[in-house]
Design a binder for this molecule. Structure first.
Ligand code: CIR
Length: 299
């Protein structure tokens, strides 16, 4: 009963908060044509690989946003709302069963980086999470050539953002230089460039405070990076520091999914031409996870 009411509450919240017209075409691709959109292969968001929330979710690693013990049932409900939001934007959602020994297993973004027909499988940067990637690799091997990261190198997919025709890779407490270089050498083999950033200690991953929802656009939280860091971008939308969590977004052209409850961000993004869907993320925020963490796009 509790599960149902939480699921219903989350889905209701998601519907109420949805300002997007789900059925309109991505206006950028509609105007330009999908083949001509730079970096389009990684922005299609055709298929999202996700994983059920672990029964041990309350033991998930948490060092930044923690205020209380997260609630497992509420997290499960929020994850269903998240799936509904992805589907409403046209993504197929594939969900693997939870891994009982890994409290953070639902954060699949960290476990694989897709480059064309290749899946790079990293060594995760936190000891309690290293191993989650093995069953993801097992699933992906039917669809992609698997490239496992060499020993000693570590990387979380949360430190990787695809921006137009290049990867932005963060060196952080989870991703070491060898990991960043491993990924950039894999990208280079596919003629894709990489730009390496130092992720400040004020945040977990690059994606925690940073996203690129549509070609040419970067959304960044104030207080972690400065304007000089993004000279290459056509447009940078700065999110006020007290709403920094909301800088992590999932874009489908001019339609965007953001975390619910960040009013200044919602207005800023509306003013920048986005139609917006909000998803309740409170439980995941307690364990430092953002919207993008809950999926890795594989098609
Ligand atoms: C962790 O600390 O690894 C998890 N509790 C949160 C992972 C968030 N993942 C991501 O930003 N890609």
């Amino acid at each position: 009963m509790i599960i149902i009411s939480v699921v219903e509450k989350s889905i209701f919240g998601f519907i109420v908060c949805n300002f997007a017209n789900f059925f309109s075409a991505n206006s950028y691709e509609w105007l330009v044509g999908p083949k001509l959109v730079p970096g389009t292969y990684d922005r299609k968001r055709g298929r999202a690989l996700t994983r059920d929330v672990s029964p041990r979710f309350i033991d998930a690693v948490s060092s930044f946003f923690h205020t209380r013990k997260p609630n497992l049932e509420a997290a499960r409900g929020a994850q269903q709302a998240y799936f509904a939001a992805l589907r409403a934007h046209g993504s197929e959602v594939v969900t693997l069963p939870a891994l009982d020994d890994f409290p953070d297993c639902s954060f699949t973004e960290d476990t694989a980086i897709i480059i064309d027909d290749k899946a790079v499988i990293p060594n995760l940067g936190h000891p309690s999470r290293d191993g989650e990637q093995n069953s993801v690799a097992k699933y992906l091997e039917d669809y992609f050539e698997i490239e496992k990261m060499s020993k000693g190198a570590t990387l979380d997919g949360g430190d990787v953002i695809f921006y137009d025709d290049e990867f932005l890779i963060g060196i952080s407490s989870r991703t070491n230089r060898a990991g960043a270089e491993f990924l950039s050498s894999q990208a280079k083999k596919k003629d894709i460039g990489a730009r390496i950033f130092k992720v400040p200690e004020s945040t977990l991953h690059l994606t925690t405070v940073f996203s690129s929802p549509r070609p040419g656009t970067i959304i960044a939280a104030e207080g972690h990076f400065g304007p000089g860091d993004f000279k290459f971008a056509e447009e940078v939308i700065w999110i006020p520091n007290d709403e920094g969590y909301a800088a992590n977004t999932i874009g489908y052209g001019d339609q965007i999914i953001i975390a619910e409850g960040y009013e200044k961000t919602r207005e800023l993004l509306q003013d920048s031409g986005f139609s917006i869907t909000c998803v309740e993320m409170e439980e995941f925020r307690e364990v430092d996870a953002s919207l993008t963490c809950l999926s890795v796009f594989i098609g």
